[in-house]
Design a protein. Structure first.
Length: 220
């Protein structure tokens, strides 16, 4: 068991480093702009979209989501090759994916290269959900996000509500036996907490009525 835990801990380092790659900042620099000095000052896809336009914002979103997906799949592949004891095989695979997923989200939100000041983890969270969860979980979270955004035009509100919807969805899937393992519910709660916490300033502005809707030119 100790060896298994040590292996899981080691899997978090490459996932964290992968998550720490600041694609939004790198894309901005390729265009001669430091996105941290414009808009909301965030390196995530929404601010890149705001500063550089939909082409580069969309590219940032796909890259941030892609690194989340890749982190989970790499960890699961390593776990499969290591072949844990038969009694722990299913749990080992589940926890390998969960550890890597959380490490990647934390890496994106608190990258070591940028003095731990990163993005808010929404696109990366979507990527790890796609890699870790059944397609139904991804569909529900995406539907919630699109629905809330379509009604409100607030990216932050859509992100917070869809984050809260994740553990509710996972809990329902576990109860319906469409998903096995309490590790997934623990991950869903932790990921939701991280995303909501990263949006705490946005939440304050939402309650104060000063949050900007998507498409406005004012500072977020």
């Amino acid at each position: 068991m100790t060896a298994v835990l040590q292996t899981l801990a080691l899997l978090t380092l490459p996932a964290y480093l992968l998550g720490s790659i600041p694609f939004g900042l790198l894309i901005g620099r390729l265009k001669g702009i430091d996105v941290r000095q414009h808009g909301s000052g965030n390196i995530g896809a929404t601010n890149v979209w705001r500063v550089l336009g939909p082409k580069w914002g969309g590219t940032t979103f796909l890259l941030d989501a892609g690194k989340g997906f890749l982190a989970v799949r790499i960890a699961q592949n390593i776990a499969w090759r290591l072949q844990a004891p038969p009694s722990l095989e299913d749990q080992f695979m589940a926890y390998a994916g969960v550890f890597a997923a959380l490490a990647c989200i934390i890496g994106h939100s608190f990258p070591v290269w940028l003095k731990f000041k990163g993005g808010k983890g929404v696109a990366t969270s979507l990527g790890v959900i796609i890699g870790l969860m059944p397609a139904l979980a991804t569909a529900v979270v995406l539907t919630v996000w699109i629905g809330v955004f379509g009604l409100s035009r607030y990216v932050s509100l859509a992100s917070v509500v869809s984050a809260i919807a994740l553990p509710l969805t996972v809990g329902a899937l576990l109860k319906a036996e469409e998903l096995q393992g309490s590790a997934y519910f623990a991950f869903a709660c932790a990921a939701a907490f991280l995303v909501v916490r990263r949006h705490r300033d946005n939440i304050k502005r939402l309650f104060a009525g000063t949050e900007n809707r998507f498409g406005t030119k004012n500072k977020d």
